[in-house]
Design a protein around this ligand. Structure first.
Ligand code: NAD
Length: 335
């Protein structure tokens, strides 16, 4: 039983705390949030202990590992503190909004044997993971192209958008990691385009985009195409497609059930898409905790680590540069 403390009890921390509390091989060691009522709310539901500070969490003998689900700008500091205390970490994405800060954190924790896992939960989605497995097993022959469609149902609240770091660092970062995962080789070139179509006034004010497309190319010429929108009125659209010389692997959207209705007036009427990430990636969030527990128990590097988080941010920065300069950016320019 690995006793995990959760730092940050907001939207996703509450979910992680509940998942850990009900996990067969993990226990909820306690919670901490700078906003005391948030931690108290989780404690009331789970019976978990409330810690008085992050320092108290890292100093506790009753905490084997920590899950960081705090605001993004605290992740790097908390990772450094956890590693210094010898506590394995599962940290939500993104590692930070500044590549310079992530690089400094990499230097601080370099050489550590303490497992640091990054919260790229989509790698654990059974469908998306099966695409990777099919490629690895040679079922679609030689991989040529990956198409990742990732659209949110609706714009986030303006207050969230203002501190999110922008669509590339906040949302596309999941897809950039998925592209690396499915491609199975590093990206060499990035071309991106960004538009302000859903809420042009807000996006203009924030210097952000609500609609982006990114094309990634590896040194061997394999391509990945990512399309993101902050607003798909039909729901949370999450698909991953891989084309190879012998076929295609496709991980489709998920619905509450698979019944479709067919009448004289229409065919294929289906349930709406699962909405939103907590429902759509429910199994993946559980599998993510299971993978973390395995890494901690084995004292092994996690399957998705700090460098994966850093590389996804490198690609997000390359995409932003590509949009700003209207050209293909070579990844080696960013490092
Ligand atoms: N993997 C995913 O799909 C996914 C989805 C949503 C959010 N996230 C990430 O999770 C993180 C949290 O997002 P959220 O939507 O839950 O945000 P949120 O604002 O709902 O919650 C963040 C919580 O952290 C607390 N907090 C802030 N600084 C703290 C500190 N120093 N110590 C302790 N608590 C602190 C806040 O009081 C708040 O309760 C973000 O980095 C976000 O990018 C990941």
């Amino acid at each position: 039983m690995i006793r995990i403390a959760v730092l940050g009890c907001g939207r996703i921390g509450v979910m992680h705390a509940a998942n850990i509390a009900s996990h067969p091989r993990a226990g909820l060691a306690g919670v901490f949030d700078i906003h005391a009522p948030a931690a108290a709310g989780v404690a009331a539901k789970t019976g978990a202990r409330v810690f008085a500070s992050a320092e108290a969490v890292f100093a506790s003998d009753e905490v084997d590992a920590v899950l960081i689900a705090t605001a993004t700008d605290t992740h790097a500091d908390l990772i450094e503190m956890a590693v210094a205390a010898g506590k394995p970490v599962l940290c939500e994405k993104p590692t930070d909004l500044s590549l310079e800060r992530v690089n400094r954190c990499a230097t601080v924790i370099a050489g550590t044997k303490v497992p640091v896992q990054l919260g790229f939960v989509r790698r654990f989605d059974p469908g998306h993971a099966a695409v990777r497995k099919a490629i690895a097993a040679g079922e679609i022959g030689e991989l040529h192209q990956v198409v990742i469609t990732s659209r949110d149902p609706a714009m986030p609240p303006p207050a969230y958008a203002a501190v999110s770091g922008g669509i590339l660092r906040d949302m596309t970062i999941h897809d950039l990691d998925m592209a690396r995962f499915i491609l199975g080789e590093e990206v060499a070139e990035v071309f991106a385009t960004g538009s302000r179509l859903v809420d042009p006034a807000l996006m203009e004010k924030l210097g952000d985009y609500d609609t982006v497309a990114v094309v990634l190319t590896t040194a061997s010429g394999k391509q990945a195409v990512i399309t993101n929108s902050r607003q798909a009125v039909y729901g949370y659209d999450q698909r991953v497609e891989a084309l190879g010389t012998r076929g295609m692997a496709l991980s489709e959207n998920r619905r509450a059930h698979a019944m479709t209705l067919h009448t004289a007036g229409f065919t294929d009427r289906a349930e709406p898409l699962l909405d939103f990430f907590i429902e759509r990636y429910r199994e993946a969030f559980d599998a993510e905790i299971a993978a973390f527990v395995e890494a901690v128990e084995a004292g092994q590097p996690p399957v998705v680590g700090f460098e994966d988080g850093r590389m996804a941010l490198v690609l997000a920065e390359a995409a932003l540069k590509s949009i700003a300069e209207g050209r293909v950016v070579r990844v080696e320019e960013m490092v």
